[in-house]
Write a protein that binds this ligand. Structure first.
Ligand code: ASP
Ligand code: MG
Length: 441
C-alpha cells in the first residue's frame, strides 16, 4: 500500500463514510438505475434496457417540467455469465491467478456491457456516454477482488452529467490511487450503484433484476413466499448476510448510511412496483417478521477440549481473522471434563478446508484434543425488525421443528434474527415451516 492509499484509508475507514459531499445541487434531478447480468444478457435485452432508460428519462423530464435538468446514471453488470467465464479463463492460465491481473480481466466484462448500452442509447437519440470506473474516478482501497470504495471524483461526475443526459457506468470495478484496476467482490455492481446515488444525492436507486422484488423467502424453496412492498435497510442486510440472494449487503449498508432510497424491480415487468427499501420508520407497527433465509453453503467446526482459561478463544479467532476467514455463530459450551471447553462456530463451506488446516496447526499450542467438522448443515433464519423482545417466537419455531422431526444443532439470536442450524437435508423443510409458523404464507 503506498502513502496516498494509507492516508486515504486512515481518513476514510470504510465505504459508508467515504464519499465526497453530494454534488447534485446544480445538476438537478438524478436517478440511478442498475441492471444486473441477466438484464443485459444479450443484444435483445440491451435493447430492452435502453428502452426502459429512454422511457424513464422521458417520464422524469415530464415530471420536472420546471426546467430542472433531469439526468440518469445507469450502472450495468457484465453480460450474463461473463464474469464466471472470465474467472474460468483465468484459472486455466494459473492455478492461483495473480489478483491484480484477475481484477483487470474481470473488469473487462462490464466494459463490454457499458459500451454496447451506450451505443444503443445513442441510436435511440439519447445524449449518452459510457464510463469505466477509471474514467469517472471511482477510487478504492488497494485490495484486489473485494476492494471498498474510498472516494468518487465528483468534479468528473458533475462534468459528465452536465454534458450528457445518461451516463452508463461500469459496475463492480474501481481504481486505486496509483491506477490499478480493482473489483468490489461478486455482485458488487449494486454497491457501485448505491455509491453513485449517494455521491449525487439521487432521488432513487433502482436495482433492476430478474425477479419482482424482495420476497419473504426464496420462492423456489417456499412457493408461498410473498413479495414485500417495503422493507428496511437493516432487514435486507440481515437477509443478505444470512444467505438470501437479494442484494450485495455492502450496497444496502451504503444506502442506509446515506439514506439512499432503493427499490428492487423486475426488468421484464417494467410497470411492476417492486420492493422499496428505506429506513423502515413505523414499520414494526404493521410487521414484526420480514422473512426467512436458508443458507446451505455452511459448515460447522468444533475445536475440542481447549483449556478453560483466559485468552484461548482470542487466539483461535485471531488465527482465523489473520487468514481472512469470516466466522459466525460462535458457541462455547460447558464441558463435563472440568477445566475444558469445546468451541464451535460456523464458516462458509468455501472456507472450511482452510479453517481446518489452521486449527490443526494451532491445536498443539492450544492443548486442544481434536478438530471436528460437520459439512452437512444449513442455516435457517427468521428475520425481522420486530423480533427483539418477542419471546414467544423462539418457542413457536422450536416447537414446529420438533413436531416435524427436525433436529436443531445450534441456535443463535440477535435483535433482528433467529438462526437455527439444521441438517442439510432438512433445510428446505425447515425454511417452509419457519415461514408458515408466522403466517407469512
Ligand atoms: N459482474 C459481477 C459479478 O457477476 C458484478 C455484478 O454482477 O454485480 O459478480
Ligand atoms: Mg453478475
Amino acid at each position: 500500500m503506498n502513502k496516498t492509499d494509507q492516508k486515504k484509508d486512515a481518513k476514510k475507514p470504510n465505504e459508508s463514510t467515504a464519499l465526497s459531499p453530494a454534488i447534485n445541487k446544480e445538476l438537478g434531478h438524478i436517478s440511478v438505475l442498475k441492471f444486473g447480468g441477466t438484464s443485459v444478457k444479450n443484444l435483445a435485452r440491451i435493447q430492452h434496457v435502453a428502452e426502459i432508460v429512454r422511457d424513464r428519462l422521458e417520464a422524469n423530464k415530464k415530471q420536472n417540467n420546471s426546467g430542472t435538468p433531469t439526468k440518469l446514471l445507469v450502472v450495468v453488470s457484465a453480460m450474463g455469465d461473463t464474469t464466471d467465464y472470465l474467472l474460468k479463463l483465468g484459472s486455466q492460465c494459473a492455478r492461483n491467478p495473480d489478483r491484480r491481473e484477475l481484477d483487470s480481466l474481470l473488469s473487462t466484462g462490464e466494459q463490454i456491457s457499458i459500451t454496447l448500452l451506450a451505443m444503443t442509447l445513442k441510436e435511440l437519440g439519447i445524449k449518452s456516454r459510457s464510463f469505466t470506473a477509471a474514467q469517472i474516478g471511482i477510487f478504492t482501497e488497494k485490495v484486489h477482488s473485494k476492494a471498498r470504495i474510498v472516494d468518487i471524483n465528483s468534479e468528473n461526475l458533475a462534468k459528465a452529467l452536465k454534458e450528457n443526459d445518461v451516463l452508463v457506468v461500469a459496475g463492480f470495478q474501481g481504481i486505486t490511487a496509483d491506477g490499478d484496476i480493482t473489483t468490489l467482490g461478486r455482485g458488487g455492481s449494486d454497491t457501485t450503484a448505491c455509491a453513485l446515488a449517494a455521491a449525487t444525492s439521487a432521488q432513487i436507486c433502482d436495482i433492476y433484476t430478474d425477479v419482482d422484488g424482495i420476497f419473504t423467502a426464496d420462492p423456489n424453496v417456499v412457493p408461498e413466499a410473498r413479495l414485500l412492498k417495503r422493507v428496511s435497510y437493516g432487514e435486507v442486510i440481515e437477509m443478505a448476510r444470512l444467505g438470501a440472494q437479494v442484494l450485495h449487503p455492502r450496497a444496502v449498508e451504503l444506502a442506509r448510511q446515506y439514506k439512499v432510497l432503493m427499490r428492487v424491480r423486475n426488468t421484464f415487468k417494467p410497470d411492476h412496483e417492486g420492493t422499496v427499501i428505506d429506513g423502515g420508520e413505523d414499520m414494526e407497527i404493521y410487521r414484526s417478521i420480514s422473512g426467512v433465509a436458508v443458507d446451505k453453503d455452511q459448515a460447522c467446526v468444533t475445536i475440542m477440549d481447549v483449556p478453560d482459561k483466559p485468552g484461548i478463544a482470542g487466539s483461535i479467532m485471531q488465527s482465523l481473522a489473520d487468514n481472512h476467514i469470516v466466522i459466525d455463530m460462535i458457541m462455547q459450551a460447558f464441558h463435563p471434563t472440568a477445566g475444558h471447553n469445546n468451541i464451535t462456530f460456523t464458516v462458509h463451506s468455501n472456507d472450511l478446508a482452510a479453517t481446518i488446516k489452521i486449527l490443526e496447526e494451532i491445536k498443539g499450542d492450544l492443548d486442544a484434543s481434536s478438530v471436528i467438522a460437520d459439512e452437512d448443515i444449513a442455516k435457517v433464519s427468521l428475520i425481522g425488525a420486530g423480533l427483539a423482545g418477542q419471546s414467544g417466537i423462539a418457542a413457536t419455531v422450536f416447537k414446529a421443528f420438533g413436531a416435524a422431526g427436525i433436529n436443531i444443532k445450534m441456535i443463535a439470536t440477535s435483535e433482528m434474527k433467529l438462526t437455527c442450524v439444521v441438517s442439510g437435508k432438512d433445510a428446505d423443510k425447515a425454511g417452509k415451516i419457519m415461514h408458515s409458523s408466522f403466517g407469512e404464507d
